[in-house]
Write a protein of this length. Structure first.
Lengths: 532, 76
């Protein structure tokens, strides 16, 4: 049951109906039942993997909390102790809690590493062993990935770390925690939630609110539009341009990467709108995952706007702890003597950032092409910061006024180009294929004849569909531009008179039915990020 | 306070630290700035700002940063 399918819409309607029909106190049980049914229908027995991770995380979180609470009570009772003795006891308790937290985090991670990366590490190790002329081979296993494992593992790890850091209190009810781990629209592809932000919203019953219900439904419609009218329509040209046997050269290859970027954006952010829309109908506010990424003025800015909850996860649980770790601080001190204060001070953060983007790449998939994709972004971000002063000088020498619209447009286009070239890695079949795409881009790099000689029509879309696609992309651009200025379309619609509002709703549904690209039984293809 | 402002202005001369109220929430400071600020504060005030202290509330204003520094100094 994909989240763009008639069964899913009926399922959502049933959950919303039952949710508001039962007493407030037990509304969370409706969400738990709905989430369990949704996950079991999608994953069958693999639901046991999610249940195992949830149970383990619950127990470890509870144990960490118990140690911290006991320490607090102990220190409160022992008033006569010296400051040093109190500090000693506190540190001993922290150490114990830390060991428990790390055990839980590593166990959660082990399940992900085994299921998602075993074959990747195995095949690389085999290659290394055969290069060294040593025998012994690690067999490839036929492993199935539970739905949303890359997302819920990060969620579980964040929960344990937050309990340890005192940013949230551990759950005491395993059933409620199971709901936090499996909330049905969000389990598919995020957003990756924090316990302190989401759990209480799931557990407390929400009052029915007609406007919130409408806002949620509108957000869903907008997400469906992005997914089935734009993303699905783009899949033909993208597949044709990235086919292994494609002989396309010149700017057409780059166009393929741009179209793929647009496809991923509309697919992923469309999915997010549907997920957030469903949650809103239930009175639950999930975190934003996109804020107009294609209006970003630098690669760093792009990653602040793209898959925001993933970026925030990497920042809070990898980047900050690494940058401030003793090892990195010592490295900074030593490197200042060698490279000078400017580089030395920044080195730990650069190194941590590189590790983050390496991991971001690896998170996307068990393949070297994803790792290079991550590093590609890391290189542009770190070099942008490292060369900041040189760029400022160059701008000054060229007399560039940074406040002008043209300069802003240039920065947006430059970021778009860098990010689109990076898509070569994420979309190609392999690292070798990506390198071939780069090579082919710069053969006949001035040849734009494909735009007029009918080649466009060989990529799975006829003229009418290209025109429709262009119109829809313009609508998307317009809406994103309005959002960039902080204007809410839903509030504008809500302010209209009832007949006009319904005219808009009916028109939108009809437009989706007429212009959407559907598979069997009005279901769209699965989401790109579902596979990550 | 004076020493703190000097450090902040050295790291980000373009920011009006005295008047900004949402340095983190409005993305005025990015994660690289935060790491630089923490490193400088740790050295200058002989404190240890921990990952757990990296909360928006502790870095949104200069006053909040001062409060954090004072709290960590008194804890030692």
């Amino acid at each position: 049951m994909t989240i763009v399918s008639l069964p899913f819409f009926l399922f959502t309607a049933a959950v919303v109906l039952v949710y508001y029909a039962v007493p407030k106190k037990i509304r969370w049980t409706v969400l738990l039942a709905g989430s369990s049914i949704f996950y079991a229908l999608n994953s069958g027995w693999l639901a046991l993997v999610l249940a195992g991770t949830s149970l383990l995380t619950f127990v470890m979180g509870w144990a960490v909390q118990k140690v911290l609470d006991a320490s607090r009570a102990d220190l409160k009772a022992a008033e006569g102790l010296s400051r040093e003795e109190k500090k000693k006891r506190k540190e001993a308790a922290r150490k114990k809690a830390r060991a428990l937290m790390l055990t839980g985090v590593l166990a959660d991670l082990a399940a992900l590493l085994f299921l998602k990366y075993f074959n990747f590490f195995g095949s690389n190790l085999n290659r290394l062993l055969s290069a060294l002329g040593t025998g012994g081979r690690i067999p490839a296993l036929n492993l199935l990935l539970p739905l949303g494992i890359s997302f819920y593992t990060l969620q579980a790890m964040a929960y344990l770390i937050d309990v340890y850091r005192g940013k949230t209190a551990a759950d005491r009810n395993p059933a409620k925690f199971m709901l936090f781990m499996s909330f049905f629209p969000q389990i598919v592809q995020g957003p990756i939630p924090r316990h302190s932000q989401l759990a209480h919203q799931l557990y407390e019953g929400h009052d029915f609110d007609y406007q919130r219900l409408c806002f949620g439904a509108q957000l869903m419609l907008w997400g469906i539009f992005k997914k089935i009218v734009i993303a699905e329509r783009l899949s033909g040209p993208v597949q044709a341009l990235f086919a292994a046997d494609s002989a396309v050269t010149g700017p057409a290859v780059f166009l393929g990467a741009c179209l793929y970027g647009l496809q991923v954006y509309t697919d992923f952010s469309g999915g997010m709108d549907i997920v957030r829309g469903v949650a809103q109908m239930l009175g639950i506010e999930l975190e934003l995952n996109f804020t107009q990424p294609y209006f970003a003025s630098s690669v760093e800015d792009f990653w602040r706007r793209w898959h925001i909850t993933m970026g925030a996860w990497m920042r809070d649980y990898i980047f900050y702890p690494l940058s401030l770790s003793k090892a990195f601080t010592n490295l900074s001190r030593k490197s200042r003597k060698v490279f000078g204060a400017f580089v030395g001070k920044r080195l730990p953060a650069f190194l941590a950032m590189f590790i983050v983007y390496f991991l971001v790449g690896l998170w996307h998939g068990a393949d070297w092409k994803y790792i290079v994709y991550g590093v590609w972004n890391g290189v542009f971000i770190t070099s942008g910061i490292l060369l900041e002063n040189a760029y400022a000088k160059a701008r000054g020498l060229c007399g560039i006024d940074e406040g002008t619209v043209t300069w802003r447009a240039f920065r947006i286009l430059r970021t778009f180009a860098i990010v689109s070239f990076g898509r070569y890695f994420s979309r190609a079949d392999s690292l070798g294929h990506a390198m071939d795409l780069f090579r082919r881009t710069f053969i006949h790099w001035r040849d734009l004849s494909f735009l007029t000689d009918g080649t466009l029509l060989k990529w799975g879309l006829n003229t009418a569909n290209w025109v429709l696609l262009a119109v829809c992309v313009l609508i998307l651009f317009y809406v994103d531009a309005r959002h960039e200025k902080g204007i809410s379309f839903r509030r504008t619609i809500a302010a209209q008179a009832l007949p006009f509002r319904w005219l808009i709703y009916i028109g939108a549904v009809l437009a989706l039915l007429i212009f959407g690209c559907y598979g069997p039984e009005y279901s769209a293809a699965s989401f790109i990020y579902e596979r990550f | 306070m004076e020493q703190m402002m000097k450090i902040l202005e050295e790291i980000r001369p373009d920011v009006d630290f005295a008047n900004e109220r949402k340095l983190i929430d409005d993305h005025v400071l990015d994660s690289f700035d935060i790491i630089s600020i923490v490193q400088e504060f740790n050295e200058a005030f002989d404190i240890e700002i921990d990952v757990e202290d990296l909360e928006p509330d502790n870095f949104n204003t200069v006053e909040a940063m001062k409060e954090l520094i004072d709290r960590l100094r008194n804890a030692d």
